[in-house]
Every structure is written in C-alpha cells, then in structure tokens.
Design a protein around this ligand. Structure first.
Ligand code: ZN
Length: 84
C-alpha cells in the first residue's frame, strides 16, 4: 500500500519494557501515547496491546484530573503567535 504511516513497527512498547503498571504521575511512561494536542493516541497508531492501552487511558484520564495533562489545547497554544 502507498499509504504513509507514522508508526512503522507495530508492537506494544509497554510489553517490550515489561511494564505492568503505568503510573499517572510518571508522564514519561505515556508521553508517546499523547498527540501534540494532548489527545490519547488510538491503539491502531501506537500498536499498544489492549491491556496496556487501557492502562494508558486510565493513567492519562487521572493525570488530566489532577491537571498534569490538559484536557483541551487551544489552537493558539499549538501554533503560537499565529496570524489570527
Ligand atoms: Zn502491552
């Protein structure tokens, strides 16, 4: 297929690193599961397994609750000093 893919190899990073619990306080653990607008990346893009994706989702939602991760990112914050 000529489709351009952002993630070439699909494997679960957490399984590889043998992580059995994702702490919501440790942003480094789930940083790559967040998009640039701090959305949770879907499993089909990151290649996480179901178990770890659920853990990531849970951790990110908790982190949002205590304001470690923003819920929404304003367009102005993404493209700083844009014309409009
Ligand atoms: Zn996994």
């Amino acid at each position: 297929m000529a489709e351009k893919r952002k993630f070439k190899k699909r494997y679960c990073k957490y399984c590889e690193a043998k992580i059995d619990y994702i702490d919501y306080k440790d942003m480094n653990l789930y940083k790559h599961s967040l998009s640039e607008r701090y959305k949770i990346m879907p499993r089909r893009l990151t290649g996480n397994c179901k178990v770890h994706q659920d853990m990531v989702t849970d951790a990110i939602k908790r982190a949002r609750h205590i304001a470690l991760v923003p819920y929404i990112v304003d367009r102005k914050q993404v493209t700083q000093y844009s014309l409009d």
